[in-house]
Design a protein around this ligand. Structure first.
Ligand code: IMP
Ligand code: MG
Length: 181
């Protein structure tokens, strides 16, 4: 598996520091709020479970699943809800947890939908950001770190459903996906 990773972009140690830092900021900012942490499956899972343990506040969690990618490395722009939230969001300050913000189309779509659900406020935390790739008008409130415009995997992020269990964020070798494009 390692042979398909060109380099490690965010190490396990760096991920730990990012989670600690974001947890502190979110704890400070949501002190007097009614925090609802909403993860976007499946990429959010590793990040979200580590992050919430650094948020020292009472909170609820739930998940949504949306699709836009398939096995390709480019966003299709066609976002579809596969699994919706189970809990009524009225009165909550919702914090959306995303693995990576790329074109921004997915989160634009999700946040537009959540606005119609009675949430008191909507904020976004993304572990990774590729700011130069942004197409949709969306700005995250919290970012773990920026990554270059390369396809990255690990710590929840996949290529064709694989590599999610890598404990770090790695740059996927182009030969893995260019052969299939
Ligand atoms: P967007 O709609 O273009 O912002 O795409 C966001 C979604 O695409 C993320 O939630 C990821 O699931 C996926 N994605 C974008 N870039 C990458 C990447 O480099 N590796 C793995 N998944 C990615
Ligand atoms: Mg995702």
């Amino acid at each position: 598996m390692l042979g398909e990773i060109d380099k490690i972009l965010v190490s396990e140690d760096e991920l730990r520091k990012i989670n600690e830092k974001l947890g502190k900021e979110i704890t400070r900012d949501f002190k007097d709020k009614n925090l609802f942490v909403l993860g976007i499956l499946k990429g959010c899972v590793f990040f979200m479970t580590d992050l919430v343990r650094h948020i020292k506040l009472p909170l609820c969690i739930d998940f949504m699943s949306v699709s836009s990618y398939g096995s390709s490395t480019k966003s299709s722009g066609n976002v579809k809800i596969e699994k919706d939230v189970d809990i009524d969001l009225s009165g909550y300050d919702v914090l959306i947890v995303e693995d990576i913000l790329d074109s921004g189309r997915t989160l634009k779509y999700v946040s537009e939908i959540l606005k119609t659900r009675g949430a008191k406020s909507i904020s976004i935390v993304t572990l990774l950001d590729k700011p130069e790739r942004r197409v949709a008008d969306i700005t995250p409130d919290y970012v773990g770190c920026d990554v270059p415009d390369e396809f990255v995997v690990g710590y929840g992020l996949d290529y064709d459903q694989k590599y999610r269990n890598l404990p770090y964020i790695g740059q996927l070798s182009r030969r893995v996906y260019e052969a299939e494009e």
